[in-house]
Write a protein that binds this ligand. Structure first.
Ligand code: AMP
Length: 285
């Protein structure tokens, strides 16, 4: 595995590979790699001539006061995992080379970026869209892989790709979970032992909401109440930012669930850790 630090070098390398007819699969990450990331890499490996994984803790997507400084970083362990997963190139730029002092551009996908997580993390999705567009331009992938764990992020990126006529395929991969249902996340490392034991309540709450819908409930209020009541039953949950049923395209919370699919999504706090999760129900009658 080759490691490239400079965007210019990554861009030249990608151009050469493309000229030789190689299709590149890109897996953007912030590192502290776990099985969720590795599932994206396996999907990329299966579908592309060459796999580029990026590790970049993107300062632009952290709001002031968030966990940019203490975000888990373990480059040595990550490199071992990427090598074992047969990644061809690790692209790990420095912040200064991605955002030189005179950097002044931002990509904003209006509407959906302000809902759900966007309402609690101002500027977050502009930071995501901007860095992802930069990564697309630098790596020039035929396909890029994203996890449904960050459902809103996948919507923002798909909308950006459509609006800006990006010529690549955005591939979405299912959420990887621990045995007790907790969605894998680099931030789970922040949880203490008792907090970790409490954390599966998030998935459980979403599943109970889903069960109510499967049982025929179509009004959003009782579904929301079900999810909240499960979350409130766990004393270590010290904040519910949002938790309800949403339209999977607009992310609006409807009065009644219509159509054949619905998104159940929530963001909560356990201790100092913010956890998000979601479930998508398709094939509703
Ligand atoms: P991150 O390093 O957290 O920015 O995540 C990098 C990519 O991995 C994003 O596309 C995430 O959605 C994806 N990802 C993170 N956690 C999981 C998971 N548990 N299952 C599947 N994909 C994930």
């Amino acid at each position: 595995m080759e490691t490239i630090r400079l965007p210019r070098v990554m861009m030249d390398t990608a151009w050469k590979e493309r000229l030789h007819g190689k299709g590149i699969g890109l897996v953007p990450t912030m590192g502290a790699l776990h099985e969720g990331h590795l599932s994206l890499i396996r999907a990329a490996r299966a579908e592309n001539d060459m796999v580029v994984a990026s590790i970049f803790v993107n300062p632009m997507q952290f709001a002031p006061g968030e966990d940019l400084e203490k975000y888990p970083r373990d480059m040595a362990a990550d490199m071992e995992k990427l090598k074992a997963a047969d990644v061809d190139i690790l692209f790990a730029p420095e912040a200064a080379s991605m955002y030189p002092k005179d950097f002044s551009t931002s990509v904003s996908v209006r509407g959906i970026s302000g809902r759900l997580c966007g309402a609690f993390r101002p500027g977050h999705f502009d930071g995501v869209a901007t860095v992802v567009l930069k990564l697309f331009n630098i790596v020039q992938p035929a396909r890029a892989y994203f996890g449904l764990k960050d459902y809103q992020q996948t919507l923002v990126i798909r909308k950006m790709a459509k609006d800006l006529d990006l010529s690549l395929e955005i591939v979405l991969c299912p959420t990887q979970r621990e045995a007790d249902g907790l969605a894998m996340s680099s931030r789970n490392a922040y949880l203490s032992g008792s907090e970790r034991a409490a954390a599966p309540v998030l998935y459980r709450a979403l599943r109970e909401g889903a069960a109510a819908i499967r049982d025929g409930e179509r009004k959003t209020a009782p579904v929301r109440e079900k999810i909240h009541s499960v979350l409130r039953s766990e004393p270590l949950v010290n904040g519910i930012q949002y938790a309800s049923a949403y339209d999977p395209e607009s992310l609006e919370e409807p009065e009644k669930i219509k159509g054949n699919s619905v998104l159940l999504a929530a963001a909560i706090r356990i201790g100092a850790c913010r956890l998000i999760d979601n479930l998508i129900l398709n094939d509703l009658k």
